[in-house]
Write a protein that binds this ligand. Structure first.
Ligand SMILES: Nc1nc2c(c(=O)[nH]1)N[C@H]1C(S)=C(S)[C@@H](COP(=O)(O)OP(=O)(O)OC[C@H]3O[C@@H](n4cnc5c(=O)[nH]c(N)nc54)[C@H](O)[C@@H]3O)O[C@H]1N2
Ligand SMILES: Nc1nc2c(c(=O)[nH]1)N[C@H]1C(S)=C(S)[C@@H](COP(=O)(O)OP(=O)(O)OC[C@H]3O[C@@H](n4cnc5c(=O)[nH]c(N)nc54)[C@H](O)[C@@H]3O)O[C@H]1N2
Ligand code: SF4
Ligand SMILES: [Mo]
Length: 706
């Protein structure tokens, strides 16, 4: 019998909470918050215990399985790798490289092996048909970062521990635990702002859990934040004198004049009409923002996954810049991570739309097409049609608008391989599933979230348990797939050949160690490992102009693409007369994949449509009644919940449910299936500049079952 205590970061969401895990042999005895973690200070949420459930889950896959006439059969890794790479190569040869489609989902960035080793595999496929969850989420953040600061990874984070004024648009951090902002224990951090006399303002069509704890909540009609932000920019630029502080020399004066001209038509009265926010509230909000000692505007999912999502993220930056709050303590700041994956720029900064998707001509961004068109690329015949699919860490059938269409599309491909730990709504279409070790069985390091944290921190976590005998780490799977995809192309030159072969011997630990030693703090992996509760590397520091990879190292305040995109506002569709659908996250869910934990799904039904009492009354609907919700693309049936926390005219349904589809193997999830809101969201409703999905602001009807 051996009892042990382990310290490690939770990898389930972006908050990086430190866990204290007590084990006995192969069993988890307890999971608590690690009070000695300098960043999370003992905070955890109910999902942390889900780590135990995932580890013990009898439905979790550990070895490759293959679909046969007699159902799924376990096969050896050798046979699986062989068949996968043979089929992918055959399809590539027969139809061309673009015949292979790839979709990478959210846990990719929560797994160090996948983060570091999947890119080479994806490159080895040489296909342009690459997709990911980014385009159903935060693509506009990366676009604004790339065009304004010169790199898609330069997404600043709100310095909430030092700010006097935090404006949150379309984020619910008390439930999501923060996003594009790693900040464990947000409840305490938010309270601290108020206790020191600061203010937190939430703009949201729903009075959320965060809004409840804020100093002020402002209801807004979904999809209209762009007018609010433009009016705020307009008001700021109308002041007699701007206070750009340290940014003055980083912005060309012509750009400020240009922005002033562009914002001129968008005044407070127009914003009030479009958004439903009273004019005096917009003026008060703008003045409070300007006059705060330090202030930061932060916009998340609710202003990213809407039809003007990219304009919103650009304008959020403009607010912070024009008030001198960008790259300043208490404002919007970039991190200084111990492992910094961003390389100094070579050549020109990247652009949006270097090539276009085949069917809908949607722009490429960062080498990927928008996921809203993945189904089109599979279903539309012609040269370049996707004939084989690779998914990793993704469940697009439940996550991408018009999931039902994608469900049908996956059914039709000639070959599909999924790198995933469950047989779920997406992976059921696979011919072969390759499951990596996960969670407590793998070493953990937050490359992405150390880059997004509100203090500079670093931690390396050893596995708590050994992986099952014969199981593989994710990086081993990607390494082997890459090797086999490339084997025919090994260079003839012996040195080059050895170099390439050496690459196949690399481990995540080697890459992290090398990267950190060369990094700002010169830490070795051993140094970091020695600090088992994690290391605090101090508050965020200003990073401009060195972190401006733009021409002349200046902020590009008005990128051409946003100037052009403003023209779309004149023709914004009129959504009056419709109910508008928005999303909703719950503390005990994590997108689509953690509903196989009994402790996380138990209790009251959460997959409901939430609406305002007046909207329910107008339709004669009563609490708990099962209703039909329909949109251009589909119809779902679910119970209604009624609350004045909703803005009138707006309804909310959480995503990630819909486990009633056949032939999946997630027993607990299947017993609590819910329905998928993405059978209602519309693949044609997008941010037209980028093709990012608009999962918020979808016109729907709600009525009695007929
Ligand atoms: N309507 C609506 N739709 C939305 C959203 C919304 O708010 N509303 N949110 C969007 C957002 S923000 C996101 S990020 C996407 C998420 O979209 P996806 O990334 O497509 O979906 P997830 O639900 O995160 O699915 C994760 C998958 O990874 C698998 N998995 C878990 N751990 C591991 C692991 O260690 N290794 C491997 N290989 N696989 C693993 C799970 O079994 C599951 O299949 O959904 C988007 N869709
Ligand atoms: N418990 C839990 N935590 C999670 C996840 C989860 O599924 N469950 N998912 C993780 C992932 S992948 C992500 S990306 C993050 C997301 O993190 P957040 O963005 O903080 O989470 P959401 O709950 O989607 O918050 C979006 C908010 O926008 C509001 N909203 C909708 N439309 C509009 C609009 O037009 N304007 C404005 N101003 N607001 C609008 C919604 O009411 C909602 O409150 O959460 C992460 N953390
Ligand atoms: S808040 Fe996120 S990181 Fe912290 S315990 Fe919960 S799921 Fe894990
Ligand atoms: Mo996300």
């Amino acid at each position: 019998m051996s009892a042990n205590t382990h310290y490690r970061n939770c990898n389930l969401c972006e908050a990086m909470c430190g866990l204290e895990i007590k084990t006995q042999d192969n069993e988890v005895l307890s999971i608590r918050g690690d009070k000695a973690d300098p960043f999370s200070r003992g905070h955890i949420c109910p999902k942390a215990l889900g780590m135990k459930d995932i580890y013990e889950d009898p439905d979790r896959l550990k070895f490759p399985i293959k679909k046969t006439e007699n159902g799924w059969e376990q096969i050896s890794w050798e046979a699986a790798f062989d068949e996968v790479t043979t089929k992918l190569k055959d399809i590539g040869r027969k139809y061309g490289d673009n015949a292979i489609g790839v979709y990478q989902g959210n846990p990719s960035v929560h797994n160090v092996g996948t983060t570091l080793f999947s890119p080479n595999f994806v490159r080895s496929l040489e296909t342009k048909n690459r997709f990911s969850a980014t385009s159903v989420d935060q693509l506009p953040h990366h676009l604004a970062a790339m065009t304004m600061f010169g790199h898609p990874a330069f997404t600043p984070v709100p310095d909430i521990d030092r700010t006097d004024f935090w404006l949150i648009l379309g984020g619910n951090p008390l439930v999501s635990n923060g996003s594009i902002m790693t900040a464990p224990d947000l409840g305490k951090r938010l309270r601290a702002i108020k206790e020191k006399g600061g203010k937190v303002v939430v703009v949201d069509p729903r009075r959320t859990e965060t809004a409840d704890k804020a100093s002020q909540h402002i209801f807004i009609k979904p999809g209209t934040d762009v007018w609010l932000l433009l009016a705020m920019v307009h008001e700021i630029l109308e002041q007699p004198k701007l206070n750009l502080r340290h940014l003055t020399d980083l912005i060309a004066a012509e750009q400020i004049n240009l922005l002033k001209d562009l914002a001129a038509p968008y005044n407070v009265e127009m914003a009030a009409e479009k958004t439903g926010v009273p004019a005096e509230t917009i003026r008060q909000l703008t003045n409070d923002f300007i006059n705060a000692g330090s202030a930061v505007a932060y916009g998340r999912m609710g202003v990213s996954t809407v039809t003007f999502g990219s304009l919103c993220q650009w304008l959020v930056h403009c607010l912070n810049i024009l008030t001198g709050n960008m790259d300043r303590a208490g404002g919007f700041m970039l991190t200084s991570p111990a492992f910094d994956p961003v390389r100094p720029p070579k050549g020109k900064p990247r652009e949006l739309g270097r090539w276009k998707s085949r069917v809908r001509a949607l722009p490429e961004f960062n080498g990927e097409f928008p996921s809203v068109t993945l189904a089109d690329e599979i279903l539309t015949e012609g040269e370049g049609q996707i004939r084989a699919m690779v998914t990793s860490c993704g469940n697009p059938v439940l996550s991408v608008p018009n999931g039902a269409k994608l469900d049908k599309a996956f059914e039709s491909v000639e070959f599909m391989v999924c790198i995933d730990i469950y047989l779920n709504e997406t992976t059921r279409h696979a011919d072969i599933i390759l499951p990596p070790a996960t969670g407590l069985e793998v070493p953990h390091f937050d490359i992405g979230f150390n880059q997004l944290s509100i203090r500079n921190v670093v931690k390396y976590s050893d596995p708590v348990f050994e992986k099952a005998e014969g199981a593989k780490y994710d990086y081993e799977i990607f390494q082997e797939l890459t090797r086999r995809m490339q084997v025919e192309e090994l260079p003839a030159d012996e040195t080059a050949r050895q170099q390439l072969l050496q690459r196949y011997q690399m481990t995540p630990a080697m890459i992290l160690d090398g990267g950190m030693q060369k990094g700002e703090y010169g830490l070795s992996l051993e140094d970091v490992k020695a600090a088992e509760h994690g290391m605090d590397l101090g508050p965020l520091k200003p990073r401009f102009p060195e972190r401006l990879h733009t021409e002349g190292q200046r902020i590009n305040l008005v990128p051409k693409i946003f100037e052009e995109d403003l023209k779309r506002l004149a023709n914004a569709p009129d959504t009056n007369g419709h109910l508008l659908l928005i999303g909703r996250r719950h503390l005990r869910s994590n997108n689509s994949w953690m509903h196989n934990s009994q402790r996380l799904v138990k209790g009251r039904e959460r997959c409901t449509v939430l609406m305002h009492p007046a909207d329910a009354a107008a339709r004669n609907l009563t609490v708990g009644q099962k209703v039909a919700v329909s949109s251009r693309v589909g119809k779902i049936e679910l119970p209604v919940e009624i609350s004045d926390e909703m803005m009138q005219g707006v309804v909310s349904i959480p995503h990630g449910w819909g486990h009633g589809r056949k032939k999946i193997k997630m027993g607990i999830a299947q017993a609590n299936p819910g329905v998928s809101v993405n059978d209602l969201t519309d693949e044609l409703l997008i941010d037209e500049l980028t093709g990012n999905a608009a999962v918020n602001g979808v016109p729907v009807e709600v009525g009695e079952l007929v």
